[in-house]
Design a protein around this ligand. Structure first.
Ligand code: MN
Ligand code: MN
Length: 465
């Protein structure tokens, strides 16, 4: 290769170009990406609902010597704690050695709920040789994508006497799975000509749960009775117990490598476990001079509401309790805190190029993506981080060699989305969105790059330095 001329050198010095992380990673780093992905995929398979993600995360924290924290407990530098909120969200944190009032908290906020199909409170009926459960979908889905795929039933049932039983059917290879019917193309002429939002309507998302009539001449609804008898045998529940149940169906597929080179991962629920897992493992794996806290919250997909969503005061209370336990003024603590609101963004997809603006889209494998702002129609509903804070985070990443990029979700006025960033920012905490680019976000099976997953983990480690 010939020597670079002065113009080429100047161009190299002055221009910015994002780089494919696989391409610039060392052999050792590439191995680390693939090996880190294995742990992530095991986590995905074990944690398809927020309750399961919460339980698995607590087990992982315990293995690393973290112990449970409750409001009012004493704290000291070096403590490693986890805090569970109603079994559906979990916060892991380390108490640092730096002065909490001056240094604040380094906060990583991610979510562990994912779009899915929830079972209604009066769900079970039979019709035309099949028993079904009626549903109401959770989060923003393309309803037609959830038909004709194997589904697993997850959740809890609170029985009449208050006992809580857990259900998880459809994940083991020997388990039966469940199913939502679609129409055959032969009769689908009218359906296919309609709007995609109407191809399959909400009240058609009924889940097939049985087809074997109970062996009796006298009873009616024989298939329904078979299903009830089996549920009763399995967990002691009666039909009335659906009233106080929280059951969902999710895709029954495990996470798998995609592509001959295994560079990508296909799985249900990358959004947002692809950020929650790195947030969790970063705090579990690395000591920090700062007080660091990873939040794995619920309900992001339906607006962060309820007692387990990030708008609930419990998370603010937790940070205040930590401040009190360490003798720090909470207002000063939060004024000096910093947050990475860690949620996924859309990866540029050349098959649907029309909705993206290529220069500002997240490119697959170019690293975790920072969204200075989210929102829609003139940044509405966005946190829109300050340039000063973006600059500060950028410097942290540069010092630790994090490969990252910036992103905007789609082209202007093509749509948009929100995250938990604005709710954290309300506490007077500098916040910016950072997360992994996803292909086919909110589909039953989403795709991410192992390079971006690992970049996200490295970004959190850098943030904790
Ligand atoms: Mn998300
Ligand atoms: Mn989402």
């Amino acid at each position: 290769m010939s020597e670079k001329n002065n113009a080429q050198k100047l161009q190299e010095k002055l221009s910015y170009k994002k780089k494919n992380y696989f391409e610039i990673a060392s052999e050792a780093e590439r191995k680390a990406m693939y090996s880190y992905a294995k742990g992530y995929m095991a986590y995905l398979d074990a944690a398809k609902t927020e309750r399961e993600a919460c339980a698995v995360s607590v087990e992982m924290a315990k293995l690393k010597g973290f112990t449970e924290y409750r409001f009012g407990d004493a704290l000291k530098p070096g403590d490693k704690k986890y805090f569970v909120n109603r079994g559906k969200s979990v916060v892991v944190f380390r108490v640092g050695t730096k002065n909490l009032e001056e240094d604040g908290i380094r906060l990583i906020a991610s979510h562990i709920d994912a779009p899915r199909i929830d079972i209604k409170q009066n769900p079970l009926y039979e019709d035309s040789g099949m028993a079904f459960l009626k549903t109401h979908y959770y989060g923003g889905i393309k309803k037609y994508q959830w038909t004709a795929i194997p589904l697993a039933l997850h959740g809890v049932v609170v029985l009449k006497d208050g006992t809580k039983v857990e259900l998880n059917i459809g994940e083991a290879a020997t388990d039966p799975v469940f199913y939502i019917n679609d129409l055959l193309p032969h009769l689908g002429g009218d359906q296919m000509g309609g709007k995609a939002t109407k191809i399959v309507e909400g009240e058609q998302l009924n889940v097939v749960v049985g087809a074997l009539p109970y062996a009796d001449e006298e009873v009616k609804d024989k298939i329904k009775l078979t299903v009830l008898a089996m549920l009763n045998e399995k967990c002691g529940m009666c039909e009335e117990d659906f009233l106080s149940a929280e059951l969902s169906v999710v895709p029954a597929y495990p996470a798998r490598d995609i592509g001959l080179d295994r560079a990508l991962i296909g799985a249900y629920g990358h959004d947002d476990r692809v950020c929650a897992y790195p947030a969790l493992t970063a705090v579990l794996d690395q000591e920090s001079p700062h007080t660091v806290l990873a939040m794995l919250v619920d309900k992001e997909e339906i607006g962060s509401e309820g007692t387990t969503g990030i708008q609930c005061k419990v998370y603010e209370d937790l940070m205040e309790e930590i401040s009190i336990a360490l003798g720090a003024n909470f207002r000063k603590v939060r004024a000096n805190s910093k947050c990475l609101s860690s949620d996924v963004t859309a990866a540029y997809d050349p098959n649907f190029a029309g909705v993206y603006e290529k220069m500002n889209s997240a490119m697959l494998s170019c690293g975790t993506a920072m969204c200075k702002f989210t929102g829609a129609r003139g940044k509405s509903g966005s946190n829109d981080a300050n340039a000063e804070f973006v600059g500060e985070v950028r410097k942290m990443f540069a010092e630790e060699g994090v490969v990252w990029q910036t992103a905007e979700l789609g082209k202007v006025d093509a749509g948009g989305g929100g995250t938990v960033a604005k709710f954290v920012a309300q506490l007077n905490i500098d916040t910016v969105d950072l997360g992994v680019p996803v292909i086919s976000m909110h589909a039953p099976w989403e795709v991410i790059s192992k390079a971006d997953l690992y970049s996200n983990y490295k970004a959190f480690l850098a943030f904790m330095k």
